[in-house]
Design a protein around this ligand. Structure first.
Ligand code: ARG
Length: 748
């Protein structure tokens, strides 16, 4: 390659030609081989061993996968350890569910925030776990040679299970570790991940939602953003340092590594890498796969979820208690709903399908160029297209049936819990043998007692009037959208009885079902009766939905059968076509890193978005009449007096968020954004609206990660909440101020 002339280099520097955004969610164990040189060029100062090492402490030891299971195989969010005492940062929207569970009208931590002023005040969160990766290993060569090509999908699955079970057992060291094996590149490669799972994770601090969720659903998935999206937890262990369930005697985790926090701030083009647990991408999806999503999969989701949100919102706006109860479910569905809309729009606006088609043409030309390749790969695209076409028939029915029927309302969801009990009551009735009958009775009593014990939990986030309105709306959609042959008999009877008035239908169900409120449910459980449950309208409807969905689901499962095999072959082919390209596997809730730079973007002609936002922007967005844009008086006061402590910029500003060109997705929420020295500079919490199709196609010019600046996080903890003791626990990194240089005149 010719050397660039000095003039050209100068021109590039001046005009600031953009480096392409950095695609790729890379596996940590390959950092040295695949990425290190490139990372160094972009500004990384750490060695590969400082990043990922199995035997010595390294950066990966500070990265945490968050889950609600003691043996998770996936993580809803990422956290990072930031102190020698097990303190962990993640996003506010990741801790939202935990904060919601601790909230009530008396202690509205969602609205007011929560700050433990000492360790004793930190709140345990039942079921929440924090996984730290010990090591990962490539199992491809132990698995693939043992799988013959002729195996059916089911046989293949059980063969993999058999091969890995021994390996997993050994790696778990008698249950000490949680061992997960996952398939990569559609079954072309396999890796094992060995985790330590901590089970005592306590809530330490959360800002009020007006900071942690500032901008609400309006600003969600959008830039410019002004959200302080962080929450603080602490991981505890048994006194001997091993993972343990919550116990008072537990002590804060002594981590192998914790991230120092930089308060030097970021500049454009600064190196930035993000570590975490991206949940899922479909970057190798073909054009017909995307078309299937656009035409059949997303429309019913958008339609039904949109309606549900509308009904919920009416009730939440009218009643603060309902608002607290429904906050977490609402946030989850609203986030997904906007995602589906944005992704559909992104696919259209960015011409994703045409781009994929062009690539597929290229692939086909390459295949057709060689006879052996034609034999091996000749049918791939036809097979994939045919499978996607096959899959389009019946999917809308199934989606509507599941969202509006079986999981449409809390009452139907709750009714499912009674199936077992109803079965026992039936057996009891039919049993002739006296002894056996007595035993059944005992069983029934026990089951009912168990359900009584969880009654208050079951109804904790339920509001009868809200659920009833949701029922009316969801049932109407079910009736209108799902094919008539998939209507439970009772649905059609009721529709007739109430002459298509679904409000009246709902009123009937909620007035006559013991499942509609906790008092009636308690009464039933105190004296369970087959007669009562067998004519309960909610229970009967649930049974009807269940039967239909099971049958339709099983039938649908047969569709598009060859898709997986064809997609696996497709990936084999594209990797063979470009042998020199480093491919990264789709996200699958395993640890990955992505690296790039701090960077602005231009969403459309003549519009350029700066890469940082400031506290002044919070004040600009303030709207006292809209709870999404409410600003705390205390925050205003700090802004007016510019009381930013060491966290402001030299010119007296407070940075709130910034952008990078990193490649992340859901599950990366809460992930640390790390500078070239391995220090925390922010927490990743979102992606931008213009690149919502990024989960199926990365768009370099457009795709950005939205990050809350570490300085804003510390400012809120320290100055806003007065929880400076938490900042004292961190390892703060700050460049020494440089003396100003005065040019001396040299007299000769
Ligand atoms: N879009 C973000 C994500 O999927 C969640 C942001 C939460 N904030 C909100 N206003 N709902 O990770």
């Amino acid at each position: 390659m010719k050397k660039l002339s000095f003039l050209i280099i100068a021109l590039i520097l001046v005009s600031g030609i953009k480096v392409k955004a950095d695609e790729g969610m890379w596996l940590p164990m390959y950092v040295k081989r695949l990425n290190f040189i490139d990372m160094q060029k972009k500004g990384l100062q750490l060695t590969p061993e400082e990043i990922y090492s199995v035997n010595n402490s390294s950066l990966k030891d500070a990265i945490v996968g968050l889950a609600n299971s003691p043996k998770p195989s996936g993580y809803f969010c990422t956290g990072e350890i930031v102190s020698a005492e097990g303190l962990m940062f993640t996003n506010h929207h990741c801790g939202f569910d935990a904060v919601q569970k601790h909230s009530s009208l008396e202690h509205d931590y969602l609205a007011d925030g929560f700050w433990a002023m000492n360790r004793a005040e930190e709140l345990p969160n039942e079921g929440m776990t924090a996984s730290v990766l010990i090591y990962m290993e490539d199992l491809t060569d132990s698995i693939i040679p043992n799988l013959s090509d002729t195996l059916s999908k089911a046989d293949r699955k059980s063969a993999i299970k058999e091969i890995t079970s021994r390996i997993k057992k050994r790696a778990s060291e008698d249950g000490k570790y949680n061992v997960i094996v996952k398939s990569f590149f559609e079954g072309n490669e396999f890796y094992m991940f060995v985790y330590e799972v901590y089970k005592d994770v306590r809530l330490v601090g959360a800002p009020p939602s007006s900071i942690g969720k500032f901008g609400g659903d309006t600003d969600n998935w959008m830039w410019p953003r002004h959200t302080g999206d962080f929450t603080i937890f602490r991981i505890y262990t048994a006194p001997d340092g091993t993972p343990a369930e919550y116990a008072e005697e537990n002590i804060p985790l002594k981590p192998k590594h914790h991230l120092p926090v930089s308060i030097d701030g970021v500049k454009e083009n600064d190196f930035a890498m993000i570590w975490g647990f991206p949940g899922g991408t479909e970057r190798y999806l073909t054009s017909s796969g995307i078309q299937w999503k656009m035409d059949y999969y997303y429309p019913p989701l958008i339609d039904a979820f949109g309606k549900k949100l509308e009904v919920w919102k009416t009730h939440m706006d009218a009643d603060q208690e309902v608002k607290i109860k429904y906050a977490s479910k609402y946030a989850g569905i609203a986030n997904g709903w906007k995602y589906f809309i944005g992704q559909s729009k992104g696919v259209k606006d960015l011409g994703v399908i045409a781009e994929k088609k062009a690539f597929e043409d290229e692939l086909e030309a390459w295949i057709n160029d060689d006879e052996i390749r034609m034999e091996k790969y000749g049918a791939i695209m036809t097979d994939i297209n045919a499978a996607n076409l096959d899959k389009s028939d019946g999917i809308e029915d199934l989606i509507y049936a599941s969202i509006c029927g079986i999981s449409g309302t809390d009452i139907i969801g709750y009714a499912q819990k009674y199936s077992g009990l109803q079965g026992m009551l039936k057996q009891y009735k039919e049993e002739k043998d006296k002894k056996k009958k007595a035993k059944k009775e005992e069983q029934i009593r026990k089951a009912a007692d168990n359900m009584l014990a969880s009654l208050s939990e079951d109804f904790k986030n339920y509001d009868k009037a809200t659920d009833q309105d949701v029922f009316a709306a969801m049932t109407e959609i079910y009736f209108n959208e799902v094919s008539a042959d998939l209507h439970p008999e009772l649905l059609d009877q009721m529709e007739k009885k109430f002459k298509g008035d679904f409000t009246a239908f709902a009123d009937y169900v909620y007035s006559n079902s013991f499942l509609s409120d906790s008092v009636a449910a308690k009464e039933f459980l105190n004296d369970p009766s087959l007669k009562v449950i067998d004519k309960d309208p909610a229970f009967l409807l649930m049974q009807g939905y269940m039967q239909i969905i099971m049958a339709a689901g099983a039938e649908y499962g047969e569709k598009g059968k060859g898709l997986h095999d064809a997609e696996k072959l497709y990936i084999t082919a594209i990797r063979e076509m470009e042998p020199d390209k480093a491919f990264y596997p789709d996200a699958n809730s395993t640890m990955r890193f992505t690296y790039g730079q701090v960077m602005d973007y231009s969403p459309k002609d003549a519009v350029n978005y700066n890469y940082v936002t400031h506290l002044s922007g919070v004040m600009d967005k303030e709207d006292p009449d809209n709870s999404e844009f409410f600003v705390e008086p205390k925050l205003k006061e700090l802004y007016e007096t510019k009381d930013y402590g060491p966290y402001g910029t030299k010119d007296g500003k407070m940075v709130v968020c910034f952008l990078t060109n990193n490649d992340i997705t859901g599950g990366n929420s809460g992930s640390p954004v790390i500078n070239g020295k391995g220090e925390l500079i922010g927490l990743a919490f979102d992606g931008n609206w213009e690149a919502m199709s990024s989960d199926i196609a990365f768009v370099p010019d457009m795709q950005r990660t939205i990050v809350v600046d570490a300085r804003y996080v510390l400012f809120i903890i320290d100055k806003f909440a007065g929880a400076g003791h938490l900042v004292d626990e961190l390892t703060i990194s700050q460049k020494m101020p440089q003396p100003e240089r005065t040019e001396m005149e040299v007299v000769e």
